[in-house]
Design a protein around this ligand. Structure first.
Ligand SMILES: C[S@@+](CC[C@H](N)C(=O)[O-])C[C@H]1O[C@@H](n2cnc3c(N)ncnc32)[C@H](O)[C@@H]1O
Length: 456
């Protein structure tokens, strides 16, 4: 009997050999085939690798993804730096780019390629992968079983120099900057304007990436409304950048100071003679809260440093025209601050924090912007709040970005978000909030027992 069992075991081992255990299991085709092609293109001498692009579906509901919810794409290029050749992977997320250099020194590096790339291919949001080499272009989509081969797009190798000079998002020599008084006639930023220029550049970078991620450039032209635009630095900068990328753009700045609008409209008229892209940029005087429609539609609503409740009015304007993207850098938070200052309900550990005026002031900002974020979520947007630039450029450096989700939330999910809004307001003594009023959310006021007396 024992002999018979051993014989059966031997036969089964020879038919189904035991696979060695591996931390890096062999990838399923076609990703395995693509990684082999990638590795061969990087190790040939000279390398025939030109470009790798992995695209993800933009996350409709980021909470559905456990890893890297904001990863939009990964781009790979071959670079030669001091420490040797590398495959440089740029992970493009909604609000930032992360760079990772993969060693290409020896044969073990194939393992490193697999461990870096395989999780991306098996991620729920993975869409397509394209490898371009001098020998051919190879591509596959999520769920494809075959690697598609096409004739090579690249006829010669792209530059491997790491220090390829980037074209600035805003060319300091742009005539609009001089006309607006941010640079001198030589295109040198004026000392006082450097921070404003940095803010404009960062802002253009963030908004243009959001626009790109939403593919709204297909809906020509795209309409941008900048609420509380002041002198229009950001309105001009974004309009100039988008039109330089051949994106048909209509931009409207709304500003309550009529004389300011007149002076910037006259700058537009001067510029149009030599720079026709500014023909579709207008500044309109008015209050954003006045329910006047300053534009026919809004694809991108922006409001930077619109004071106090003007940021709420700006959001409401964007919502009323179903804006795909809403971007805000809120300013002062007086409406909530008044209520937080007078609130006697902070107890325990939080009560200790709120004993200081500066803490209550900062906390008012957190409550205000969290309420705005939650209300936008409640109304079907995917919201992010982050610091968009260093505090050396501006203290008002929180940014809220909201993108209209393609799939509406279920009633149950909406109810949950509403509950969070009401609890956040109630827990901080906020019974009046402009955006809540504008969108019809009724906050409840509740007196908390055993209130701790707050110092004045
Ligand atoms: C601090 S400035 C910011 C200007 C510009 N967005 C920037 O970041 O450079 C705020 C501007 O919003 C304008 N403003 C405030 N409330 C407004 C409202 N309800 N409607 C239109 N403009 C408003 C003010 O006149 C001011 O020019």
């Amino acid at each position: 009997m024992m002999h018979l069992l051993c014989l059966i075991l031997l036969i089964s081992i020879s038919i189904f050999p035991i696979q060695p255990l591996s931390t890096n299991p062999l990838p399923p085709p076609p990703s395995g085939e693509l990684i082999s092609k990638l590795s061969a293109s990087l190790s040939s001498s000279p390398p025939s690798f030109c470009r790798l692009v992995i695209k993800n579906n933009p996350p409709a509901d980021p909470k559905a993804f456990t890893a890297n919810p904001t990863l939009l794409s990964v781009e790979g290029r071959y670079v030669e730096i001091k420490s040797g050749p590398k495959l440089q992977l740029i992970f493009k997320e909604t609000t930032r780019d992360l760079t990772k250099n993969i060693e290409l020194d020896d044969d073990d590096d194939i393992d490193s390629l697999s461990s870096n790339l395989l999780p991306l291919f098996s991620h729920a949001s993975f869409k397509t992968c394209t490898l371009q080499t001098l020998d051919g272009d190879y591509a596959f989509k999520a769920a494809s079983t075959k690697l598609k081969t096409n004739r090579p797009t690249f006829k010669s190798l792209p530059s491997a120099s790491h220090n390829t000079k980037k074209t600035p998002l805003i060319d300091p020599k742009s005539p609009f900057l001089y006309k607006l008084g941010l640079t001198d006639s030589e295109g040198t930023p004026k000392p006082k304007s450097k921070s404003k220029l940095s803010q404009c550049t960062k802002f253009v970078e963030i908004v243009s990436q959001l626009i790109e991620s939403q593919k709204i450039t297909d809906q020509k032209p795209i309409e941008i409304v900048d609420v509380g635009c002041g002198k229009g630095y950001l309105t001009f900068s974004l309009h100039n950048y988008l039109t330089s990328k051949n994106i048909e753009t209509i931009s409207t700045g709304v500003e309550l100071r009529e004389s300011l609008c007149d002076s910037i409209n006259s700058i537009v008229s001067d510029l149009v003679e030599t720079e026709p892209q500014f023909e579709t940029l207008t500044f309109k005087p008015g209050y954003i809260s006045s329910y006047v429609h300053y534009s026919k539609k809004v694809d991108v609503l922006i409001a930077l440093h619109a004071c106090d409740t003007a940021s709420c009015d700006a959001i409401s304007y964007g919502l009323s025209l179903n804006s795909t993207i809403i971007v805000l850098a809120p300013c002062c938070h007086k409406e909530v601050r008044r209520q937080v200052e007078g609130f006697k309900g902070y107890e325990g550990v939080l009560g200790e924090v709120m004993g200081w005026g500066i803490m209550r002031e900062r906390f008012s900002e957190y409550v205000t912007d969290s309420l705005r974020g939650l209300i936008l979520e409640y109304l079907g947007y995917e919201v992010k709040i982050f610091e968009f630039i260093g505090s050396e450029h501006t203290g008002k450096n929180s940014m809220i970005t909201a993108i209209k989700k393609s799939k509406p939330m279920s009633e149950e999910e909406r109810e949950k978000v509403l509950k969070r809004i009401l609890e956040l307001a109630e827990g901080n003594g906020v019974t009046q909030f402009r955006l809540a009023e504008l969108v019809g959310i009724e906050l409840r006021g509740k007196k908390i027992k055993n209130a701790r007396n707050m110092p004045n």
